[in-house]
Design a protein around this ligand. Sequence first.
Ligand code: CAA
Length: 378
Amino acid sequence: MNFDLTYEQKMIRQSIKEFTENEIAPIAEETDKNHKFPRETIKKLGKYGFLAIPFPSEYGGAEGDEISKAIVIEEIAKKCAATAAIVSVHYLPINLILKYGTEEQKQKYLPKMITGESIGAFALTEPNAGSDASNVQTTAILDGDEYVLNGTKCFITNGGEADVYVILAMTDKSKGTKGITVFIVEKDTAGFSIGKIEEKMGICGSSTAELIFENCRIPKENLLSREGRGFKLAMVGLDGGRIGMAAQALGIAEGAMDESLKYLKEREQFGKPLIKFQGLQWYLADMHAKIESSRFLIYNAAYLKQAGKPFTLEASTAKLVASETAMFVTHKAVQLHGGYGFMKDYPLERMMRDAKITEIYEGTSEVMKIVIASQITR
Ligand code: CAA
């Protein structure tokens, strides 16, 4: 087994690192403070090809791989978890259209999404369909050549900023999960509006919105795959999305670790740098061990996805471990910074706030355990 990154993967890490230092780190604090969606940054990420990495060239992709994609999210999250969240969620609808779309749908949506000209969102969650993803109550009724959508989605990442929404709706309630269908909805469609924009604990630069469908008519060509396959598509999409969210969590943890090492070397108490205190070194050792474990789990899940092998178990394990690592590491990093860690002048308090969502979205830690248990007890 070869654990080395390839030359291309190392080059991608180097270039996204430089991009993040120059373009993302300088505005990360402002993005958080002003809850400012970094649209220009997303456009630039598209312009420089970072959004195109794992996709086929016929739609403008760069024919890269899933580990590189995870590295891009990880590096961005080291400096700005909100931007990493936007990118990771943007990939989810792209993956679904790529895997299940018709050629017309792919030609219509993918080139613009891959260059960051248009942003994607994935809308599953509803007031009564969170962890229980099967309880979708938004309906889609076929009327002639159009589907008519009615219902409300909530907590939708990129909501209000996205141009292309991949949404789940019930086409036949009597069939349970097999009555759920996925549709593509464009932002300016009549009958589709944005409701409440959420105020959040963390990832404040990303947008999280309610979506409202009131007799929203979409052409039947916007059906993704076929009626009744929606739940399966969502699960497949989330399997991939969870690798991205795990990479985001890893990046947050690494960012907090970098800050901690820097601070402990600089800060002196009792006549010596804090880094010389064994008690604090043990914190660093625990943080390092969890970060390294997360990285191997994530890259392994990404490798399996790239190889076309099953990766549901590995993706949910990676997300469980990486998100708990992000919480552990940021919590310890704030502690290592003492009073400074608690102040907004340092990025640690932001990192700790940002870390929390990784244990919640795209499946809570509890849902990850359901998925893991169901896989290992088959
Ligand atoms: N791949 C393919 N198919 C899958 C699958 C997978 N990973 N997981 C389940 N399925 C299939 C099953 O095989 C089954 O198919 P059959 O009926 O043909 O056998 C069908 O789907 C139903 O499966 P389950 O009976 O296991 O479904 P369930 O209702 O018990 O739910 C669950 C299982 C894992 C809890 C699921 O509901 C789940 O993942 N919930 C969490 C949803 C989630 O992540 N929500 C977050 C919202 S999205 C978000 O956060 C996006 C964002 O903006 C950041």
